[in-house]
Design a protein. Structure first.
Lengths: 137, 185
């Protein structure tokens, strides 16, 4: 594992999300109030870039950095888990205005109270692991 | 320097986020932040008791390095690349926030009413943050991904499950902002 390249990609990710203000509780609230195009623009441009890049990768049968063919795994099939899990995630996302990436970015930026959100997120992940076999997927 | 310290335009930001995802694909990996939460749980050794955490998390260490980089990026961006023009949200949104008692941004990323230092003296506010976190952690693992894994990675690869999850994200967010916020603020 060449650590540096992941560190650099992460660094860029952290800077962009902060400078785009996608880590801001305010921007998430504004998005869910449909008061600004900003967040929608970010998400849609990221997807458009991703679609284009993935199509190029697939059509040129590009290899990865190690020379192995790039295979992008499909998401598992399912319905209930995506609707309900997604809905639960959305409640939390709007409530504290951060998804998992921004939780870490904001802690790095020095917002100590986000530590409670991280604690909750770890506990929530643990809770899922504990009861996952009893949940419909 | 202004073009760096000002709020970055959505098109530039989105484009770079897309490139971040593509870079990870090129490295033979997958872009997704919430699986780091699972790795962090597994690092405690809890896998001996809960099988969901008994997996090869060490193969995901690269993702923890991405997280570390993102934290440094967050530090640099807030401390050296920001200015007073940041977080200029819609004035209509500021008015709505005023009604529920939340302070205007004035270039801050987070409202003091929810994240300010007096949170540490308020058990209710701490509980609010923890509950929000639980919903995020539980929901993202149940749905098998978060904004990065489903909205960006999944939709870029035309994954139907990701579309369901993303619609779920937005239904949940709209319920929270429109129906639950009036009750808790």
């Amino acid at each position: 594992m060449n650590v540096v390249k992941y560190l650099i990609v992460g660094f860029i990710f952290g800077v962009v999300l902060t400078k785009a203000e996608a880590v801001s509780w305010y921007r998430i609230y504004e998005m869910f109030q449909f008061d600004s195009f900003h967040m929608y623009g970010i998400i849609m441009t990221a997807i458009a870039t991703g679609v284009l890049g993935i199509q190029i990768i697939k059509r040129t049968k590009m290899n990865d950095i190690k020379g192995l063919p790039i295979e992008i795994a499909d998401k598992e099939k399912g319905t209930f888990r995506y609707w309900i899990g997604g809905l639960i995630f959305g409640l939390g996302w709007a409530m504290v205005g951060s998804c998992p990436g921004p939780i870490f970015i904001l802690i790095g930026a020095g917002f100590m109270s986000i530590g409670f959100v991280l604690f909750g997120a770890l506990f929530g992940t643990f809770l899922y692991g504990l009861i996952k076999d009893k949940l419909p997927h | 320097m202004e073009f760096i310290t000002h709020t970055w335009h959505w098109s530039i930001s989105g484009f770079i986020i897309g490139l971040v995802m593509l870079a990870l694909i090129y490295f033979g990996k997958v872009f997704g932040m919430s699986s780091n939460l699972r790795s962090l749980c597994s690092m405690t050794g809890i896998g001996k008791r809960v099988s969901f955490f008994d997996w090869d998390w060490k193969s995901q260490r690269w993702n923890l390095v991405v997280v570390l980089g993102a934290m440094i990026g967050g530090y640099v961006a807030t401390h050296y690349l920001s200015d007073a023009s940041n977080v200029t949200i819609n004035p209509a949104t500021i008015q709505k926030l005023q009604k529920i008692g939340i302070d205007a941004p004035n270039s801050k990323l987070l409202p003091d009413a929810i994240f300010g230092s007096d949170v540490f003296h308020s058990p209710q506010k701490i509980l609010l943050l923890i509950i929000g976190g639980i919903l995020i952690g539980f929901g993202s693992r149940y749905a098998g991904g978060c904004t990065s894994g489903h909205a960006i990675s999944g939709l870029s690869n035309f994954q139907l499950p990701s579309l369901k999850a993303v619609i779920g994200f937005f239904i949940g967010g709209l319920i929270m902002v429109n129906f639950i916020f009036p009750l808790i603020f």
